[in-house]
Structures are given as structure tokens and as C-alpha cells.
Design a protein around this ligand. Structure first.
Ligand code: ZN
Length: 356
């Protein structure tokens, strides 16, 4: 209530018609205020030894305590306890590298429990049309990587009900996927004609385990991975020379997180870890990738040109997205090797070289 009241006092009713997800990017001065708030929060939150932190939390059967997977730091800085209808978890910040993760986390062997029932209903309907539009816009942001799929192999990790594989096969890719939700896999294979998707892990499917992929895609999957270093080392091995890995995930440096805290849209029920452009560099560098590029996310309506915001506000939104680390979603293109950087790294993309 208090932040809304303050907003009303500061800005009157001028921005009432601007959707919530865009307000923090267009109200004058708000970016600086939210960033100062965040610095204050991370400075004030206590830093605890893992042993002390364990005393604070009860562990469910499918959970385990973690240290920071990116830098090994075991101390914990509790920040948020997001929750919703029948669920709640705890998000900590690593005082060493700033990584945000759920602690306790889900034991990897129990990950399937989260997707066993009813997950595919969540992935269809209105969600489907919006998702496919988001995939198209993201492919456009990384053009020409996805423009022409002929003679190229693509692997979609966490393929859900096949919404992206459908677009990939239309563009001519020789495409396949895996997913942990059995009912999603059935639905996907009904939808697809040339592409195929499988239940399980990549190493369970001989055609996928053999590797040699030109493109691997992770659409809103990264935040769900309990062992990201193992998974990314595997993705690196599965890529052909010159191959690229595309990632879409929630951005842990989003201005919306800084503004809304525990109510941030990125804290959804099944999310386990939350990356920024910094921590994702650590993950990619440690697993053998040669370079990375980012495409700022201005929001689907702004990018599709369907926004009703007046032009000066669109300009302000774009500027604040760029100044605040890329928007609410992070779009990442990782390059397997120098050959990949040479082939796909040109144009408007800035490639950051990574070191192991
Ligand atoms: Zn860390």
C-alpha cells in the first residue's frame, strides 16, 4: 500500500494508464530510486553462515540446502520469501558474487515431482499464442542465427508442448527436444510433423546424446535447473563446432524485481535460480563457452510495435531498460567457440569473450 501511495504523491495520475510492468521504466527518476533502494536492501540484509541459516528453515523431503553454485561461497543473505496459492520458498543472495537462488532448493532427483501432473495445461491456451510471439521476437533480436534452418540441427531443452519446435520445423531446422513432463511430450508430438520430442534427459535419447547440434535453445528453462553447471557442460559437448546456445530467462537485475521484491513476476512456483548478465557469464565461462552476447528486452508490445505508450515514453522506457541491465527478461546468445563468434557474432551484437 505504502509504495502505491508514494507513487500517487510523486506522480499524480499521469501514469495510471501505463501497464504496471512498464511504469517503473517510464516514471521520471524512478530507476535511480529503485536502484538506491536495492543497494540499501542488499547492504542491510544480514549475512549468515550456512549452519546458522539452516536453523531458520525447515527442510521438505524433496529439498536440500545449497552453497552458491556460481562461486562456491557458503554464506547466505536471506532476501525474500515469495509465495502464492499453496506454495512458498526462500530466496537468498550470495554475498560473494550476488547470485540469487532458492535455498533450500529442490534435490535434482526429485525435480520430476514438480512437473508430474497438470503442468501442460499451464502451457497451452492464451499462454501459447503469447509464447510463440515472444519466441519470434527473440529470434528476430538474434537474426540471422534463426533465419534459415536448412541442413542445421536444433535441440530444444525443456520443449514443453512443442510451441518452439513447431516454429523451428517451419523454418527448416532438423529439430528435436526433451521435457520432464510426460503429458507435455505427448501433446508436443501431436502438434509436430518433422520434429520429435522425448520424455527424459538428453543422455537417455541416443539421437540427442550423439550431439553435433548447430543450435541449442533454453526457453524459460534455465531458472528451473538445480544443477546448472552439469547441464551447461553437457550442452557445450552437444554443440557442433560453430554452435550457439540461446537462453531466455528472467533477469535477476530487473528493475521490476528491485521495485516489487517478493511480488516480482520472476518468483514463480517452480523457479530455482535467478541469473543476471554477470552470473550467467560465470556459468558459461566455467562450462567452456567462448563468448556471450545479450539482446535487451523492451517487452513484447514495444518490440512488436503494438504498444499504446506515447513515443516519448517508449524512448524513455528503452533508455531505462538499457541502463538497468536489459529489462525484465534476459536474452542471451552463447558461442561455443571462436568459430561460432566468427560466424554469428557480427551485426549489432556485442560479443563478450569468456574465460574459464
Ligand atoms: Zn556466489
Amino acid at each position: 500500500m505504502a509504495p502505491r501511495l508514494l507513487g500517487r504523491l510523486a506522480y499524480g495520475s499521469r501514469y495510471d494508464r501505463v501497464p504496471w510492468g512498464q511504469r517503473v521504466y517510464v516514471r521520471p527518476g524512478e530507476r535511480l530510486i529503485r536502484e538506491a533502494q536495492w543497494r540499501l536492501l542488499t547492504r542491510r540484509a544480514p549475512v549468515m553462515e550456512l549452519a546458522d541459516y539452516r536453523q531458520l528453515r525447515t527442510l521438505k523431503e524433496i529439498e536440500e540446502f545449497l552453497s552458491c553454485m556460481m562461486c562456491g561461497e557458503s554464506r547466505q543473505q536471506p532476501l525474500f520469501s515469495p509465495g502464492g496459492n499453496g506454495w512458498r520458498y526462500h530466496v537468498v543472495r550470495c554475498p560473494g558474487c550476488g547470485f540469487l537462488y532458492r535455498n533450500p532448493n529442490i534435490r535434482p532427483e526429485r525435480l520430476g515431482d514438480l512437473y508430474a501432473n497438470g503442468y501442460s495445461t499451464f502451457l497451452t491456451g492464451n499462454y501459447a499464442a503469447n509464447r510463440q510471439r515472444r519466441y519470434e521476437l527473440t529470434m528476430q533480436a538474434f537474426s540471422p542465427v534463426f533465419d534459415e534452418g536448412k541442413e542445421r540441427r536444433l535441440f530444444d531443452f525443456g520443449s514443453g508442448v512443442g510451441l518452439f519446435l513447431e516454429l523451428a520445423e517451419r523454418r527448416g531446422f532438423d529439430a528435436c527436444g526433451v521435457d520432464l513432463s510426460p503429458e507435455s511430450v505427448v501433446q508436443a508430438n501431436e502438434r509436430l510433423s518433422t520434429a520429435r520430442t522425448y520424455f527424459g534427459a538428453p543422455e537417455d535419447v541416443p539421437e540427442i546424446a550423439a550431439g553435433g547440434f548447430d543450435v541449442i535453445t533454453l526457453w524459460s528453462v534455465l531458472a528451473h535447473l538445480p544443477r546448472p553447471l552439469d547441464d551447461f557442460a553437457r550442452f557445450r559437448r552437444l554443440l557442433a563446432p560453430g554452435g550457439v546456445l540461446l537462453i531466455l530467462t528472467v533477469n535477476a537485475r530487473s528493475l521490476l524485481l528491485k521495485a516489487y521484491g517478493r511480488a516480482w513476476s520472476g518468483f514463480t512456483k517452480n523457479h530455482l535460480m535467478f541469473y543476471s548478465s554477470q552470473t550467467i557469464r560465470t556459468l558459461l565461462g566455467r562450462t567452456g563457452f567462448a563468448g556471450v552476447a545479450f539482446a535487451p528486452h523492451y517487452g513484447d508490445t514495444v518490440e512488436a510495435g503494438t504498444t499504446r505508450l506515447p513515443r516519448p515514453l517508449v524512448r524513455r522506457l528503452r533508455r531505462n531498460v538499457e541502463l538497468s541491465d536489459g529489462g525484465n527478461m534476459m536474452r542471451v546468445l552463447a558461442f561455443a567457440d571462436e568459430e561460432a563468434i566468427g560466424r554469428w557474432g557480427g551485426g549489432p551484437l556485442t560479443v563478450h569473450r569468456l574465460r574459464a
